[in-house]
Design a protein around this ligand. Structure first.
Ligand code: HEC
Length: 107
């Protein structure tokens, strides 16, 4: 007996990534909502904000979800993360992760 397509549907959904990542959409969102503190290319412009450029996407999305849920507490980032959808978080994380950075040891 062939499995019904209805039964296969959840299997196909599970095979898809949780949210598709759109770097361009993430860049646009970051320019609007994050650049004032984290810089236009993810190098922080505010002295108390961390650099995000080149950071691992998994790390970034985990932190953003933690701010959103309250598991990681920070007054400002809680407000920033609250309205973000899972898709926004995937896009923002993909954008910051895609920025190429170089590290040089001090002379
Ligand atoms: C008003 C300034 C400000 C804005 C705007 C802002 N952030 Fe932040 N962000 C901070 C500060 C300050 C921290 C450090 C918080 C802490 O100590 O947990 C931070 C931390 C983070 C972290 C954790 C980084 C790490 O190394 O753990 C991520 C990810 C992040 N911000 C993403 C974003 C994104 C995405 C946006 C836009 C939707 C945004 N931030 C908007 C100030 C800001």
């Amino acid at each position: 007996m062939r499995p019904s397509p209805l039964l296969l549907f959840p299997v196909l959904l599970a095979a898809l990534p949780a949210a598709a990542q759109d770097i361009a959409a993430g860049r646009l969102k970051a320019q609007q909502a994050c650049a004032v503190c984290h810089g236009p290319l993810g190098l922080a412009s505010a002295p108390d904000a961390p650099h995000l450029a080149g950071q691992n996407a998994l790390y970034l999305s985990t932190q953003l979800k933690a701010y959103r849920s309250g598991a990681r507490r920070h007054e400002v980032m809680a407000v920033m993360a609250k309205p973000l959808s899972d898709e926004d978080i995937a896009n923002l994380s993909a954008w910051y992760a895609s920025i190429k950075i170089e590290a040089h040891a001090p002379n």
